[in-house]
Design a binder for this molecule. Structure first.
Ligand SMILES: Nc1ncnc2c1ncn2[C@@H]1O[C@H](COP(=O)(O)OP(=O)(O)O)[C@@H](O)[C@H]1O
Ligand SMILES: [Mg+2]
Length: 251
């Protein structure tokens, strides 16, 4: 069974505590949003889970394996800005992880094309990153993360740099792809609406050092639809979270 357990993670930068004894769990097939103000420590926590930043203490266990401080194995990551290799085509970027794993060229091309198709970029397989818009680059990033078929997807404000219309479209696409392939997801955002629209569960983080102010089980059924953002229950929850965050920032 897929499962992520993060226990008692602490991290300081030059004496500044960013995370103090943070713990969380993600269950198989669950989409969890980490929602919190800028600078509270969301990216730091995600990078610790990804193994790119080392924690001062605590453990990260994925599918029963202790992966604390180790990169690779089981995790796909999507960042805010495009971090595609500029010297590789869209297809080659998506296939990169499989190449590292030693998957044959025919097989990795087939799988990469499948995920490019899922993000609506069939026609862009041979384009270079600089020929793609910001939204298309993020689509390639999403296809690349899914392509290695990770147990856990880590997303750090993947739509944060996009215009509102493009962001809404990509949110819908992510929901659709994820509903077809339910990986565990940890999705970092400071967007309340985004967290409510995408996630099964939201961990609302305080200002730094981040701790969980509230855990919210999102009550909206799937498949999610754009018009639910205007439903009274949606707006009410949005406001409740907004009040909670505002209160914490002022405290
Ligand atoms: N490599 C680093 N060196 C020093 N301080 C850092 C480093 N990375 C993050 N920080 C600090 O840790 C805090 C949390 O940062 P971050 O995790 O990026 O927040 P968030 O993603 O929630 O906006 C911020 O005060 C930031 O300046
Ligand atoms: Mg961040």
């Amino acid at each position: 069974m897929a499962h992520l357990t993060v226990s008692n993670i602490s991290k300081s930068f030059a004496g500044l505590p960013v995370l103090v004894e943070q713990s969380l769990e993600v269950q198989e097939g669950e989409f969890v949003a980490l929602l919190g103000p800028s600078g509270c420590g969301k990216s730091t926590l995600l990078q610790i889970i990804n193994g790119l930043v080392s924690a001062d203490s605590g453990r990260v266990v994925l599918d029963g394996k202790d992966i604390t401080g180790r990169t690779g194995s089981g995790r796909g990551m999507v960042f805010q800005g495009s971090d595609l290799f500029p010297w590789r085509t869209a297809l080659e970027n998506v296939a990169f992880g499989l190449e590292v794993m030693g998957v044959s060229k025919a097989e990795r091309t087939r799988r990469a094309m499948h995920y490019l198709h899922m993000v609506g970029l069939d026609g862009a397989a041979d384009k270079w990153p600089h020929q793609l818009s910001g939204g298309m680059q993020q689509r390639v990033g999403i296809a690349r993360a899914f392509c290695i078929q990770p147990s856990l997807l880590l997303m750090d404000e993947p739509f944060g740099a996009l215009d509102v219309q493009t962001r809404d479209i990509l949110q819908d696409e992510l929901v659709r792809i994820w509903e077809a392939e339910r990986k565990m997801v940890l999705f970092v955002t400071h967007g309340i609406e985004e967290a409510l629209y995408l996630a099964d569960r939201i961990l609302v983080f305080s200002k730094r050092p981040a701790h969980v102010l509230k855990e919210i089980t999102v009550p909206f059924e799937r498949p999610r639809r754009e018009d639910m953002k205007l439903a009274p229950e949606f707006l009410e929850l949005r406001r409740e979270i907004s009040d909670l965050l505002r209160h914490d920032i002022k405290a």
